[in-house]
Unconditional design. Structure first.
Lengths: 186, 651
């Protein structure tokens, strides 16, 4: 009886210590590799892009076409990949900037955990800047890309390597000071 | 010059609070008048200093002093005054200032209870609160100084994120923080009890109003945030199960459990350890919430201020503030002796205890859903994200029995006393719920979940009404005047009934919104008419209008019901040139039975505009329910104050 009581007494402490230790570990991982702009690292920078094998959405027919995104067509060109969702507030904030970006390089949109219907509405409201759009309804592609949350934007260079990653809405000052110079360099 | 005064005041408070903590540590065993008075006075000084410092920060925002980093980053001369003020806490540094202001305010309020709380306990409470204050002050001073200057004076500021320029969101953080920080008081009560080793029914009685006020503020704070998401984001939803929402929801669940367990402790003097543990956990979850939001571990809708080095600091604070008390808990709780006699399985306390377990399990479910992706990432680098599917499968089934018991618990009596007419009430309740469920089945038989959800709402609502009517009958009172009704209710646990009714109202709203809403998107041009059922919308015009710091494209629709004009709806799209972003302002016509929700999309005169229409039945009941819950909390505080006064007079 006595020992049982003691177990119950130290149980909360043990659980808490466990949570704390793991949190510290995660934090350490994040801190170890801070990327220059967003303090969230991407191990993908400088690496080949992960495959994007998802279905393309055709919004004029209002259904998912039986066809995957065509990434090969950007070979030897810069392009951007933007993860977004209709339910995401910051995506609305960055919509005008993605529009700007699409005037410079093609942007592939990946609708993250979204429904076709909602994505369509989002694009009608905020405009469709995307060259082609894929639907990542279970967030599997986002996992491959190491996306923390929407919105996130990646820029891929002529070699098919990721050279830039921005987590969170692409705001005007970031766009001007970080994205534009990269694109101009090409 | 003025901002430097604010900074100096903060440093002074930091030094003073360290001295205060040291003073308390050396006099921890003493409980004489002098010790307690020193602690009370220094608490007051801390509060005044922080208040002035915060005032200076607000003033800097009002006069748009762009030499300060946070003002130039988050404000703009063209912003309306109210958003200049709310901009103070619309950023990381400012929100921490608000945090410590509320913390010192609560400490100040508790310190005024010198005549109710025993000196030994009070000095411990003040000591613990001041330690928390110290931790947060060092966090502000070392990592996030709000009074940092810019070397080059900018011509104008960057502006505040337009999504945050909104009255609902101006109030959302202060109320949420009021709730978060309010839980620190019950936390200090619990740690105080562990330090002094003394606990009694009076301890629980003193602590309960503090939990209730924090809980009420948290309820309203969460509801405001959800309401904002509903009308500002323009997609018709009200809860995302977003990590940051979860961060505020977990303390709420724990506080709800605590609110009930402390009542058991007050009446029956059992569950001492459990109550102490919940008190510690309540505030820990608040800190954990802060950690999640501020550390940048999880990005989400709210990730506007994230930085891993700050995350480490908060983790340390969390470690000290929760680890310490839990060590105390592990070593000292076996000291407390409970009143173990006469535990009856059919009693109010056992119903409340079962609900307590369910609520805590629910909080654990949300915690797992929030942290699991992080842990998985740390262990094997897999990245996953947990969405509504998980919560629908785990959270809802846990809450269903809570609702079932919630209606019955007020019927039962404390201890071994035979409950009054419980069988009669139960039969009455079951019959009405069955009829209600049948009614729902007739309306829409396809969805089993809508029937379950709706029936639970009816069950709870009926439970509250049945209990009230039986109580009135039993007392044989003539409730023929307003005064008589008022007097009657002030004697009974009206607060509980209002709060429970709030949950029922909330459930009605959820049922309506989840299962009976209609939505559609169409492309229409000026002059077109949209017909839905007996309602029709006439698209009158679109005009470009100037706003204080934005340009707006405003459409005008006339809403007709049965060919009679009901109202004019004006959905907008706003473009903020400074922030270079746009927001949608949905036009919402709310009434008792539901909302007509209209969003203006992209378009022009040639092609027409894309328009989204939602009919959300009963959705305002969701927030109305939250309002009732908070009101119930406030009523029960007033009631307990009143009864305490009566007790005083009697003595």
């Amino acid at each position: 009886m006595k020992s049982k009581i003691i177990i119950f007494n130290i149980l909360p402490l043990t659980l808490f210590a466990l949570i704390l230790a793991v949190s510290a570990l995660v934090l350490y991982e994040v801190k170890k590799n801070p990327s220059n702009q967003n303090l969230i690292n991407s191990q993908l920078i400088g690496k080949k892009i992960p495959t994007i094998k998802i279905e393309k959405i055709d919004f004029f027919q209002q259904k998912v076409k039986d066809q995957t995104l065509n990434i090969d067509k950007y070979k030897n060109n810069f392009f951007a990949v933007n993860f977004f969702a209709s339910w995401c507030a910051p995506c609305r904030v960055e919509a005008p900037l993605i529009e700007e970006l699409s005037k410079l390089i093609p942007v592939v949109g990946i609708a993250y955990k979204d429904k076709v219907k909602n994505t369509k509405v989002f694009l009608e409201d905020y405009g469709n800047p995307y060259d082609q759009i894929g639907l990542d309804d279970f967030g599997k592609i986002a996992i491959d890309w190491g996306v923390y949350g929407v919105p996130e934007t990646f820029i891929v260079n002529t070699d098919g390597k990721i050279i830039y990653r921005h987590a969170g809405p692409l705001l005007y000052n970031v766009f001007k000071s970080e994205v534009l110079p990269l694109i101009r360099k090409k | 010059m003025i901002p430097e005064i604010g900074h100096i005041l903060l440093i002074l408070t930091f030094v003073a609070s360290i001295l205060q903590v040291l003073f308390w540590c050396f006099n921890i065993k003493k409980s004489d008048d002098i010790t307690i008075n020193v602690l009370i006075k220094s608490t007051f000084i801390n509060f005044v200093f922080i208040l002035f410092s915060f005032g200076i920060l607000v003033y800097s925002f009002i006069i748009s002093d762009f030499s300060l980093v946070i003002v130039s980053d988050n404000s703009h001369t063209l912003k309306p005054l109210i958003y200049k003020i709310s901009g103070t806490w619309g950023n990381h540094e400012g929100s921490l200032m608000l945090w410590i202001l509320i913390l010192s305010f609560f400490t100040f309020l508790v310190s005024r209870k010198k005549h109710q709380i025993p000196y030994k306990l009070l000095s411990s409470i003040i000591g613990i609160q001041t330690i928390i204050l110290c931790l947060f002050l060092s966090f502000i001073l070392f990592t996030s100084n709000p009074f940092e200057r810019l070397n080059v004076l900018p011509i104008d500021g960057n502006g505040l994120n337009p999504l945050l320029q909104d009255p609902g969101l101006a109030l959302h953080p202060p109320l949420l923080y009021f709730g978060y920080v309010g839980l620190s008081v019950s936390f200090s009560f619990a740690v105080g009890a562990l330090i002094t080793g003394e606990i009694n029914k009076e301890w629980a009685r003193q602590m309960r109003p503090w939990i209730t006020i924090a809980w009420s503020a948290l309820t309203i704070g969460i509801a405001l945030g959800s309401w904002w998401a509903y009308y500002e984001l323009g997609w018709g939803g009200w809860w995302f199960w977003d990590p940051v929402e979860n961060a505020s929801f977990m303390p709420w669940l724990i506080a709800t459990a605590l609110l009930h367990s402390v009542r058991i402790l007050e009446v029956r003097f059992i569950l001492i350890n459990w109550t102490i543990l919940l008190s510690i956990l309540g505030f820990s979850f608040s800190l954990l919430g802060t950690f999640i939001v501020r550390s940048g571990l999880l990005t989400s809708v709210h990730a506007f201020a994230s930085d891993p080095s700050r995350g480490l600091f908060i983790l340390i604070i969390l470690g000290i503030a929760t680890g310490g008390p839990l060590i105390l808990y592990a070593t000292k709780t076996s000291l407390f002796k409970e009143d173990k006699s006469q535990f009856n399985i059919i009693s109010k306390e056992s119903a409340l205890l079962i609900n307590n377990l369910f609520l805590t399990t629910a909080a654990a479910t949300v915690l797992i859903g929030t942290l699991y992706p992080l842990f998985l990432d740390a262990f094997n680098g897999n990245k996953i994200s947990i969405g509504p599917a998980y919560y629908n499968a785990t959270f809802a089934p846990i809450m269903a029995p809570v609702i079932l018991l919630m209606a019955i618990a007020p019927f039962l009596s404390w201890g071994i006393k035979k409950p009054n007419k419980i069988a009669k009430k139960l039969i009455f309740l079951s019959v009405i719920t069955f009829l209600g469920g049948l009614g729902l089945f007739m309306i829409d038989e396809s969805s089993l979940f809508s029937i379950i959800c709706g029936s639970l709402a009816i069950w709870l609502l009926t439970g509250v009404i049945v209990d009230l009517t039986f109580q009135i009958k039993a007392t044989n009172l003539r409730l023929n005047s307003f005064k008589a009704i008022f007097l009657y209710f002030s004697k009974n646990n009206l607060g509980v009934h209002i709060a429970h009714m709030g949950v029922a109202v909330f459930l009605v709203g959820v049922t309506g919104e989840q299962f009976y809403k209609t939505e559609f998107n169409i492309k229409k041009n000026v002059g077109d008419i949209i017909n839905v059922g007996n309602k029709s919308l006439i698209f009158d015009k679109v005009e470009t209008l100037p706003g204080p710091n934005y340009k707006s494209e405003t459409a005008t629709f006339t809403l007709l019901k049965n060919k009679k004009i009901i109202d004019v709806l004006k959905p907008e799209k706003r473009f903020y040139p400074i922030e270079k972003s746009q927001t949608t302002e949905a036009a919402i016509l709310s009434d008792f039975w539901g909302d007509t929700y209209l969003v203006l999309g992209d378009g022009n005169k040639e092609t027409g505009w894309s328009i989204r229409v939602y009919f959300n039945p009963l959705i305002s009941w969701i927030w109305g329910g939250a309002g009732f819950m908070a009101l119930g909390g406030l009523v029960s505080i007033l009631q307990s104050r009143k009864s305490r006064k009566k007790l005083k007079n009697a003595i």
